[in-house]
Design a protein around this ligand. Structure first.
Ligand code: 15L
Length: 272
């Protein structure tokens, strides 16, 4: 029975996956800065600060595979991103390598490529176009993953997560929604599939309006069950409550692109 470590266990995605993973991986070790408030009796938890190498090494001990959801999950000040997503992500890969961990599934994000226009259908082989410091940290994490796969033979899967949740929250999320059970499928492919070396998947369900070519995941057996269109009315009703955002509404990364934007808005008109 493989021992799987999940970092970020107290965060949004971690909280949901804590319920879905144990039937598949009964030997699940949870980690985060602080234990989840509702930690169950049967759950195993070890605290670690990702920026502290010794603590990260301690959680990697005796582990077969890692699902790395830990770190900063939105745009933030540079120092916070630096500590958790740059230093923390490097520490995680390096500690895992030292401790002989065979596989890592890394939670990347659509924000690593958020500055592609929505009309542009992209694969997983495009040049990163991060829309934020957070997006830069995710592109960095993918690069670190590639290094540990190519140089050290670790089997690494990066999932560029769209928007994880029970339903798509607005118009943009109809294209990028990810149902929790579909994320579990992607994690399982990363942790179990014999053909993984280094892969990037899009973390998206079966969304008619998708901007992403996710054929690598499909080729490796991904069969998403979530259909964003089933929630279309809800998403449009929520969208109607939002103010127009000329930058965010044009690019895939949405509000992350519009935040702090003082670039050339004319480019958007030219590209349209
Ligand atoms: C992300 O990467 C964030 O973690 C999440 O909070 C959402 O903002 C999501 O992207 C999104 O793009 O909707």
């Amino acid at each position: 029975m493989p021992r799987i470590l999940m970092t970020g266990a107290s965060g949004g995605i971690g909280t949901s996956l804590r319920k879905l993973l144990p039937p598949i991986y009964p030997d699940l070790l949870l980690s985060d800065l602080k234990a989840p408030a509702d930690l169950g009796r049967g759950e195993k938890f070890k605290a670690a600060d990702l920026a502290n190498m010794a603590e990260v090494e301690a959680i990697c001990e005796g582990v077969d595979g890692i699902i790395h959801f830990g770190g900063y999950s939105v745009e933030g000040p540079w120092d916070a991103i630096l500590q958790s997503n740059i230093i923390g992500c490097y520490n995680l890969f390096e500690a895992a390598h030292k401790k002989g961990v065979k596989r890592i599934v890394f939670a990347s994000s659509n924000h690593a490529v958020g500055f592609y226009p929505r009309y542009h259908r992209i694969g997983t082989d495009v040049t990163p176009r991060p829309d934020s410091r957070y997006g830069v940290s995710k592109a960095f994490g993918e690069a670190v993953g590639a290094l540990y796969a190519d140089k050290h033979g670790m089997k690494v899967t990066c999932i560029r997560i769209g928007n994880f949740g029970d339903k798509p929250l607005d118009h943009r999320r109809l294209s990028i929604w990810l149902k929790p059970e579909d994320l579990v499928q992607l994690c399982r492919i990363g942790l179990e599939h014999p053909d993984i070396h280094f892969e990037i998947f899009y973390g998206a369900s079966n969304n008619e309006r998708s901007w992403w070519d996710n054929h690598r995941a499909i080729d490796l057996g991904y069969r998403p069950t979530g259909r964003a269109e089933d929630f279309r009315e809800h998403a449009f009703a929520e969208q109607a409550k939002l103010k127009p955002d000329p930058v965010g509404d044009f690019y895939q990364g949405g509000t992350f692109c519009g935040m702090e934007f003082d670039g050339d808005k004319k480019r958007i008109i030219d590209l349209k």
